[in-house]
Design a protein around this ligand. Structure first.
Ligand SMILES: [Zn+2]
Length: 445
C-alpha cells in the first residue's frame, strides 16, 4: 500500500520499537540482524493493519445476535440498543470494548474509530490498552431527545473535552469529538462541536442519512436535505467523518467531495437493517470521483461481526454493480479502503495504513498454507479480497508488538473474558427489561 502499490516476494520488514525501519529481501535483513526475533514464515502474506472507521464498542456487543431482525430499524435502535446502552455500567463498558477489540484484533483490525456512543471513555481506553490496538474515542454527544446522556450544548462539549484531555499524551489512542448526529443535534451543538474539533486539531464524526426517513425529517424541519443543510451551517470539511451518508443526491455527493468531507461506509449495516443501499447508495461513485471513503462494521445491531475482509468483499461487489468503468480491479479499491484509503479518510495517512519506513508497525500475517489458497493467484489482492476470510489471519503486530499469535490474543485471558461476558449479557437484558427468547418461539431450551 505504498504509492506504487508494490507486492514484494521473499521480503522481510524490520521493526524497532513501534516503527517500521527497513523493508527488503528476507535473506539480507535476517543476515544483518542476528538475534532478532522472527514472526511469520514462507506462507505468510503480510499486509498493513486494517482500519475500521465506524464501530460502536459498547452497548450492542454484549447482546450481539439478540436483537430481532424482523423489527424496524428505528425500533431496533430505540427499543433495544438505546436501553442497553443506558443500562451499561463502567465495567460493562470495559468488558464490551475489550471483547470487541479482541475480536477485531483477531480479524486483523489494528485501528478502530469508536462511533460516538461511549458512556465511560476511560474504561473503553482500558480495552484498547489491554488488547494492544490503537484507535479514536469520544463520548456521547446529543442535545435533542431523551436518550442516555442527552445534555445541554455546554454539557456535551465538556464531555468531549474530557476525552481530549484523557488521551492528550496517549501513544496510540486519539480523542475525537463525537456526536450522535442524525436529527439529534441542534445547530448550535453541530457548529460548536465542529469548532472544538478544529481548535484541538482533531476530528469530528457523526451519523447522517442512513435511511430515507432521515432525509424526509430534515426536509420537513428545514426545507433542505441533510448534507445540504449541514453544509450551509459551515460544518463540512476535511476534519469531518460522516457515518453513512447513504441517502444523498448528486448535488450532496459533489458537496461532500468538494469540501473534502470523509464518509465511513458500513455496507453490511445497511443490508442487515434494509436501508436501501443497493437502490440509493452512492459510495462507489463517491470513491471513483475522488471522495475520501473508509469502511466500517458499525454495530452488532446492524452487523454482528468485525470482519473487514467480508466488508471489503461486499463493497467490492457493490462497486461491480455500479459499473463505473474503473482503472483497476474493484478488489484493489477494496483493500485500499481498509488500509491506506481508510487512513487518508481519517487524516492518518502519515502514520498508518501502509507498510512503509517510518510508519507505525501495524501488520497482519495471513496464513496462505491452506487449501483455499492453492494455487496462489498472480494477483494476491484479488485473491485476498474475493477468497480470504478473517479466519486466515494468523498473527497481528500492532505498534511493533505481537498481539495475536496463532489466532489467539496474547494479552488477555479469552476464556475468563467469555465467562464474564455471558454473566453481563444476562444482567444487562434483565435490567433493560428485554427478553430475546420471547421473539424466537422456534428455539427451545
Ligand atoms: Zn453507528
Amino acid at each position: 500500500m505504498n504509492k506504487e502499490r508494490q507486492v514484494l516476494k521473499d521480503a522481510a520488514v524490520k521493526i524497532v520499537e513501534d516503527r517500521i525501519v527497513e523493508i527488503g529481501a528476507k535473506e539480507e535483513i535476517v543476515a544483518s540482524n542476528p538475534g532478532a526475533s522472527i514472526i511469520g514464515n514462507k506462507d505468510s502474506m503480510v499486509i498493513p493493519g486494517l482500519i475500521n472507521a465506524h464501530q460502536h464498542l459498547t452497548g450492542d456487543r454484549l447482546v450481539q445476535s439478540c436483537i430481532p431482525s424482523y423489527i424496524e430499524d428505528t425500533e431496533a435502535i430505540f427499543d433495544w440498543s438505546v436501553p442497553i446502552h443506558a443500562a451499561h455500567s463502567p465495567d460493562d463498558d470495559e468488558i464490551s470494548a475489550t471483547l470487541s477489540l479482541a475480536e477485531s484484533a483477531r480479524c486483523g483490525i489494528t485501528f478502530t474509530v469508536e462511533a460516538g456512543t461511549v458512556a465511560f471513555p476511560e474504561m473503553v481506553l482500558r480495552g484498547f490498552e489491554t488488547v494492544g490496538v490503537s484507535g479514536a474515542i469520544g463520548s456521547w454527544g446529543w442535545d435533542i431527545g431523551d436518550g442516555p446522556y442527552v445534555d445541554s450544548v455546554d454539557g456535551v462539549l465538556e464531555r468531549q473535552l474530557q476525552v481530549i484531555e484523557l488521551t492528550k499524551n496517549h501513544p496510540s489512542v486519539k480523542g475525537w469529538v463525537t456526536l450522535v448526529g442524525h436529527d439529534l443535534m441542534s445547530d448550535e451543538l453541530m457548529q460548536s462541536a465542529s469548532n472544538l474539533a478544529k481548535a484541538n486539531s482533531t476530528n469530528l464524526t457523526f451519523h447522517l442519512s442512513p435511511h430515507a426517513g432521515e432525509v424526509s425529517q430534515y426536509i420537513e424541519k428545514t426545507g433542505m436535505r441533510p448534507v445540504a443543510y449541514i453544509s450551509q451551517m459551515g460544518v463540512l470539511g476535511s476534519h469531518l467523518l460522516i457515518g453513512h451518508a447513504v441517502h444523498i443526491d448528486d448535488s450532496e455527493l459533489e458537496t461532500l467531495i468538494s469540501s473534502e468531507t470523509a464518509i465511513a461506509s458500513s455496507p453490511w449495516a445497511y443490508l442487515k437493517l434494509g436501508q436501501g443501499v443497493t437502490k440509493f447508495g452512492k459510495h462507489p461513485e463517491f470513491l471513483s470521483k475522488g471522495g475520501r471513503l473508509s469502511l466500517g462494521c458499525d454495530t452488532e445491531n446492524a452487523g454482528d461481526s468485525k470482519d473487514l475482509f467480508s466488508t471489503a468483499r461486499l463493497f467490492s461487489g457493490l462497486m461491480q454493480e455500479a459499473r463505473l468503468g474503473l482503472d483497476k480491479p474493484t478488489a484493489h479499491y477494496a483493500l485500499e479502503l481498509i488500509t491506506i484509503g481508510g487512513a487518508e479518510a481519517l487524516g492518518l495517512e502519515e502514520e498508518i495504513g501502509s507498510i512503509e519506513i517510518g510508519k507505525r508497525a501495524d501488520m497482519v500475517l495471513i496464513d496462505t498454507s491452506g487449501p483455499s489458497w492453492q494455487p496462489l493467484s498472480p494477483d494476491p489482492v484479488m485473491q485476498l479480497i474475493w477468497g480470504a476470510s478473517s479466519s486466515d489471519v494468523n498473527s497481528v503486530v500492532a505498534g511493533g508488538k505481537l498481539i495475536v499469535e496463532d489466532k489467539k490474543c496474547k494479552n488477555l485471558d479469552e476464556l475468563a473474558l467469555a465467562i464474564e461476558a455471558k454473566d453481563r449479557q444476562e444482567n444487562l437484558l434483565k435490567s433493560a427489561g428485554l427478553n430475546p427468547i420471547s421473539y424466537w418461539p422456534v428455539i427451545t431450551y
